[in-house]
Design a protein around this ligand. Structure first.
Ligand SMILES: [Zn+2]
Length: 281
């Protein structure tokens, strides 16, 4: 018996040491990269079975093609996006005009709502949000959180050999509470930070993740009671803080601080109108 306990403890140490620890942040994640991909695929399937909640946009296909090629793939090409050969990155548009949001599933699928696309007014603003969502995937925030949530039970099942039905069960739970996907303040912070890293290798202003919040602030939506905004605000840290943090990051890099209303050449306002916004129904 003592031997068994020793073996188990030794195994746990090995898992933590070789498999689970993020070398940059020290975050413990007991899922593998391919678990992330599997989880994302399974949640995607669940979403496909709930068209009322997640109606995929089936209007003009050139909109999604344009965003994918021009913005999404451009950001993925950054050398700092490291898991693109393992993860299955792709962009989908959810057709809900009253939702000002975007989210990512583990392992690569990124979703933006038509409400957000209609609200934004430049390619840089959308690039900022997409870079932020890609960062949630790259930094594996969902499975980090799930590790903290499921903890030891996952660890034991990993040690005793993979149990595929367990992963399916976890995916089902993940879907039921897409609330589970609500990121912590520090995850949001990290995703904002990485969005700068990714955008620095693109044609877009690197601090663009804040443009959405600045526009919301100027439109008086930050304190809005409307359902779509209230949901957004309850799942995200204070937008005003995030604007400040974003500006401080730019100053630290020696990059000029500009606002979402700027007409600088790295904003691409007209391109956004012509190829995205004006094509939406
Ligand atoms: Zn986020």
């Amino acid at each position: 018996m003592k031997k068994k306990i020793f073996a188990l403890l030794f195994g746990i140490t090995m898992v933590f040491t070789f498999y689970a620890c993020d070398p940059e942040t020290g975050a413990i994640n007991l899922f593998s990269d391919s678990d992330d991909v599997q989880l994302g695929l399974q949640v995607e399937q669940e979403m496909a079975g709930n068209v009322a909640e997640y109606p995929i946009f089936n209007g003009d296909p050139s909109i999604k093609a344009y965003i994918t090629q021009r913005i999404f793939n451009h950001i993925l090409a950054s050398p700092d996006v490291k898991k693109k050969s393992v993860f299955q990155y792709k962009l989908e548009i959810v057709h809900k005009d009253d939702v000002y949001n975007a989210f990512a599933l583990p392992g690569g699928p990124v979703y933006v709502y038509t409400g957000l696309l209609k609200y934004l007014d430049s390619e840089a603003a959308l690039a900022g949000i997409i870079a932020h969502e890609i960062a949630h995937c790259e930094r594996r925030h969902a499975t980090n959180r799930m590790t903290a949530y499921y903890g030891v039970s996952i660890l034991i099942s990993l040690l005793l050999g993979q149990n595929p039905s367990e992963l399916a069960q976890i995916a089902a739970n993940l879907f039921v509470g897409i609330g589970f996907l609500a990121n912590s303040r520090s995850d949001e912070n990290e995703a904002d930070e990485y969005s700068v890293t990714y955008l620095r290798n693109t044609r877009y202003y690197p601090g663009a993740v804040k443009f959405f919040f600045e526009k919301m602030r100027d439109d008086g939506l930050v304190s809005s009671q409307s359902n779509s905004i209230a949901t957004f605000l309850s799942t995200h840290p204070d937008p005003i803080d995030r604007i400040k943090d974003a500006d401080n990051r730019m100053k630290a890099f020696g990059i000029p601080v500009i606002s979402y209303t700027s007409n600088n050449s790295d904003i691409y306002r007209n391109e956004y109108l012509v190829n995205i916004k004006n094509k939406l129904p």
